[in-house]
Write a protein of this length. Sequence first.
Length: 107
Amino acid sequence: MELQETLGDRDRTVRTLLTAALAAVAIRSFRKGNRLRGLLVGGLAAVTGYSVATASAGEPETVDTERPRERGELRCAACGEPIVPGQVRKPNENDETVHEACLEKPA
């Protein structure tokens, strides 16, 4: 947990320094008369600064450890196994979703 917090703090610091550097380049470009470059780099600095300002501080990313049933994924009514995207499925006589292979099995 401590390592994740350290990496998060370091990432935030790097993004803050990047924002400051981009803002400096944008100001320098405007002063030299390069308005298009200044506008583009200034926009990039604004976006980077916004991401730094709105980042959740100290909250490490969570890993999804829920089971498919708890997430409400589609399950076969006949065998109870999850139906993954791309897998052929059909309704049975009770209008429940089942694998095509489970529908073809004799009862």
